[in-house]
Design a protein around this ligand. Structure first.
Ligand code: PLP
Length: 467
């Protein structure tokens, strides 16, 4: 089926206007200020005062994010940090060795093509063609990005005009929001709700989107819908039927689909990961996003990729070229070698097996404590229902947490008093819907077995606080 044209934004950075008239009224107008007539020699700068140069509107309202509260807190309390989703174990030896080797070749220390190094694009095409049931063209259908995050930013920069709407399912990966608003877009939210009994263990598949509610969020300004499967933080892997329903909406309303599949190599038996781009008529309107960081445990390398039809990835490539020009060369090379060797080493299968073992380790302590969990089908997060934890009523919380939902206080107390840091998932909801998550905490299990054992031991101290 031929897709109707999904138009790129007029120019990738058309929303980055510097017009002074768009400044909020309470900011001094820097342009007017420069036109004052005081002779330069008469100006006696006060060297100790901070310069009052207002930030751009697009960054002026960023709230203190969850990471800048909980990461230092975990450090300060020497808590076992199951908050942030990074691995505290090294990437596989063959990938590390490839990175070391890459540094010895001069061409790997120089600029790469903005689309990505041919070796990596070829390796991605070889690895992903069977998964997309089509021969991917490494020249036109794959772009290497600085992590999945920059890839997603580039898609928004390439497609959004001022006021364009992006449909997000919440909870969402928090970086989506600034990536949208920095490009003039407007996020529009639809919650994924637990439909099972949250007072018992439930499968992540029991969190569902109401397709009618989702459709009700679409307006003539809607341009993009973002899907994340396997999902952070629910661990849900969307079923084929769910993808078909979402895909049908995208076709009906001519939306571009961003399918964020950064955890596509991390789904657990017996779940299978379906790709929306493989459904009838949806390759034509989908850009799939991947992450070397999640695939090989190299989150700091910042290597990711976009896969989609040539006409769809081109506007994203145009924006990506302006944002980073190209991705660091040696680690692209090492990621390419990772893919080239992964099958022969049976790497992806054994990685899944290791994560299943970690998932069980952490689930077992919550079962022992009688705290119901959402059992993830993929990704490396467990949502735990903390409703039964009784935080002492007279516990003193910092002012900073008073305006935040209850899960911020539960996670603060867990970090400070139990010594295990988890993340409050209300951070991954729009403000009006934040209370939907306030009885949950997100624990990451992409950690060494020793770290998980230490967390289990500390979490057992929760017993007297469970009602
Ligand atoms: C759902 C989701 N999308 C995108 C990303 C970003 O991936 P990367 O580190 O490759 O930028 C993450 C990272 O946590 C994520 O959880």
């Amino acid at each position: 089926m031929l897709a109707r044209l999904i138009k790129p934004s007029r120019f990738p950075f058309s929303s980055f206007s510097s017009s002074s008239s768009s400044l909020p009224s309470h900011f001094p107008n820097p342009i007017r200020f420069r036109h004052t007539v005081t002779p330069l020699t008469a100006v006696k700068p006060n060297m100790s005062a901070p310069a009052a140069i207002p930030p751009a509107e697009r960054v002026a309202h960023f709230e203190q994010d969850v990471w800048s509260i909980f990461t230092p807190l975990a450090l300060e309390c020497q808590a076992v940090n199951l908050g942030q989703g990074f691995m505290n174990f090294p990437p596989p030896d063959f990938v590390i060795e490839a990175a070391r080797e890459a540094l010895l070749h001069n061409e790997c220390n120089q600029y790469s093509h903005p689309k990505g190094r041919p070796r990596l694009r070829n390796a991605l095409a070889k690895s992903y063609s069977p998964l997309f049931n089509r021969q991917l063209d490494p020249e036109t259908e794959i772009v290497v990005t600085a992590g999945a995050n920059e890839g997603i930013l580039s898609i928004f920069a390439g497609y959004l005009d001022q006021g364009s709407e992006v449909i997000l399912m919440e909870p969402f990966f928090d970086q989506y929001i600034s990536n949208i608003t920095m490009n003039g877009g407007v996020p529009v939210y639809c919650p994924i709700r637990p439909v099972g009994d949250v007072s018992k263990d439930m499968s992540a598949s029991e969190w569902k989107i109401d397709i009618k509610e989702l459709e009700s969020k679409i307006t003539p300004r809607s341009k993009i819908i973002v899907l994340n499967t396997p999902h952070n933080p629910i661990g849900k892997v969307f079923s084929r039927e769910e993808l078909e329903e979402i895909g049908a909406l995208a076709i009906k309303h001519n939306l571009l689909i961003i399918s964020d599949e950064v955890y596509d190599r991390l789904y657990f038996n017996p779940t299978t990961h379906e790709r929306i781009a493989n459904l009838d008529g949806l390759w034509e309107r989908t850009i799939t996003v991947g992450s070397g960081g999640k695939t090989f445990g190299t989150t700091g390398w910042r290597v990711g990729w976009l896969i989609g039809p040539k006409n769809l990835v081109e506007p994203a490539l145009a924006a990506h070229t302006r944002i980073v020009f190209c991705v660091n060369s040696p680690l692209q090379e090492a990621t390419a070698i990772g893919f080239e060797q992964a099958d022969e080493r049976k790497f992806f299968g054994s990685q899944i097996h290791a994560y299943e073992h970690k998932r069980e380790k952490l689930l077992s302590v919550f079962r022992e404590l009688g705290l119901p969990c959402t059992v993830p089908e993929g990704s490396y997060f467990i949502l735990v229902n903390t409703n039964r934890i009784q935080v002492p009523e007279d516990y003193l919380f910092p002012d900073l947490l008073k305006s935040r939902p209850k899960d911020f206080r539960t996670c603060y107390w867990l970090t400070k008093e139990i010594g295990v840091c988890a993340i409050p998932p209300s951070e991954f909801y729009s403000k009006p819907n934040r209370t939907l998550a306030e009885d949950f905490a997100r624990f990451a299990f992409c950690k060494t077995d020793e770290t998980l054992d230490a967390a289990v031991e500390r979490l057992l101290k929760l017993k007297p606080f469970i009602k």
